[in-house]
Design a binder for this molecule. Structure first.
Ligand SMILES: Cc1cc2nc3c(=O)[nH]c(=O)nc-3n(C[C@H](O)[C@H](O)[C@H](O)COP(=O)(O)OP(=O)(O)OC[C@H]3O[C@@H](n4cnc5c(N)ncnc54)[C@H](O)[C@@H]3O)c2cc1C
Length: 395
């Protein structure tokens, strides 16, 4: 039996942050990581350059069934706190846009920072540790792996979400939550592409690779950003962000020319028609969006010939096709391509000032395993740092 003050399951972003903080407070800490190296997701993040925080991270940048939980941790550990660690390690970084901070060179530097910090403060990091059983009695948690048994009065679950199973993501965190009778908000893939239903599969066939700035609405949420047409659906930042707010069966509305609206285009078309305009919609649209896409949209809207020949109903169909293209995605691209998992351990089960479970003292959940998911742009790492730090002060 190996006795510790704190056992942390998962040596990713949140787990390593928590390990350094707890060990820095004199706790005897062990991190049990299933993969052969720590921080596998950090290594692939931000296209290998890790978008490690966002200068403007605020509670409103996150989705959760319990938004009131979010502000505390974010206010205690801010982007500037993590930036201070990055600067102290002399890791070169830059702002790409909108407060998104990336390493100049490689995400490896961030993993190095986290591991070095945890080690320097005395935490142990054990790799290839596949947890087989967790039990709890007399205030002590016991974790059995294939070769060893670990015991501690504090167990921190930092196993992340289900996305990218190819990097070793597991559902251990959710299973532990269930074992202890905690509520889980149904997990689903998020920050992920959305697949076309059959009709759009045909309509957008052969347009893969086209990207442009569009407006996307789903429910009450909307955003103007880049979209990418792929062979199986839509992707790109605006769709990844939309996937955070989208639920199966819900409509997605695309405005292919976001600087204009159905009404403004309709008025323009009517005005041109009244003036005897000979312009073709296909041409008008090609001046605003990529030509191949413009021609396809015009074709599907039935816009053949000059404006002067179009009926009022045809004009309306045209304007709606361009500014309010509606479809119901068949699905998401799935966990294999999702950057994060939406849902997770219900934060109502946790104390927002410590991340400790209300029903089970000594049990903590941090990072992506919880039902708090950030939008694209460094917000998810900031949540991992903030919750890892917060639990690190409490264990
Ligand atoms: C391709 C990709 C790119 C991304 N890019 C960004 C980005 O640029 N910026 C951003 O903010 N977010 C990004 N994210 C999201 C970000 O990586 C996560 O939100 C963040 O890592 C969550 O931190 P975490 O510590 O909760 O989980 P993780 O960092 O995933 O850590 C969980 C750890 O637990 C381990 N583990 C899992 N199961 C077990 C088990 N049974 N036993 C022991 N250990 C286990 C895992 O191997 C992993 O090391 C990206 C995600 C992906 C997939």
């Amino acid at each position: 039996m190996n006795s510790y003050d704190v056992i942390i399951l998962g040596g990713g972003a949140a787990g390593l942050m928590c390990a350094a903080e707890a060990a820095g407070r004199g706790r005897k800490v062990v991190v049990l990581e299933i993969a052969s190296r720590p921080g596998p997701k950090i290594l692939v993040s931000g296209g290998g350059r890790c978008n490690f925080t966002n200068l403007h991270a605020k509670p409103i940048d996150y989705v959760s069934s319990n938004p009131a939980f979010i502000p505390f941790a974010l206010s205690k550990y801010r982007p500037k706190d993590f930036i201070a660690l990055v600067k102290a390690k002399k890791i070169a970084y830059h702002e790409k846009k909108d407060g998104q901070l990336f390493c100049d060179k490689s995400a490896k530097a961030i993993v190095g920072l986290l591991v070095d910090r945890a080690m320097e403060k005395g935490a142990e990091l054990l790799k290839e540790q596949n947890t087989q059983e967790v039990s709890h009695s007399d205030g002590i948690f016991t974790v059995k792996t294939k070769d060893s048994v670990f015991a501690a009065p504090h167990l921190v679950v930092a196993t992340g979400g289900l996305s990218w199973p190819q990097l070793g993501a597991t559902d251990l965190g959710y299973r532990i939550a269930q074992q202890f009778g905690l509520k889980i908000i149904e997990p689903s893939p998020a920050l992920v592409g959305l697949t076309f239903p059959e009709l759009e599969m045909t309509r957008f066939d052969g347009l893969s690779g086209i990207h442009l700035q569009v407006g996307v609405t789903t429910g009450k949420w909307n955003m103007v950003e880049d979209i990418m047409i792929t062979h199986k659906g839509l992707s790109g930042p605006v769709i990844l962000n939309a996937s955070l707010h989208w639920n199966p069966g819900q409509e997605i509305i695309v405005n292919w020319v976001p600087e204009l609206t159905v009404d403004s285009t309709l008025q323009q078309l009517k005005k041109d028609k009244a003036a005897g305009g000979r312009g073709e919609f296909r041409v008008w649209l090609s001046e605003r969006i990529p030509k191949r896409l413009a021609e396809r949209l015009a074709y599907h809207a039935g816009a053949k010939g000059a404006w002067a020949e179009l009926s009022a109903a045809q004009m309306k169909t045209l304007a709606e096709t361009i500014h309010a293209y509606r479809f119901v995605p068949a699905d998401t691209f799935g966990y294999k391509q999702a950057e994060v998992t939406r849902g997770g351990v219900d934060t109502r089960e946790l104390d927002r000032e410590t991340m400790e479970c209300r029903k089970v003292p000594g049990l903590f959940f941090i990072g992506e395993v919880m039902d708090v998911t950030g939008k694209l742009g460094g917000f998810n790492f900031q949540w991992a740092w903030a919750t890892g730090w917060t639990a690190g002060q409490a264990v």
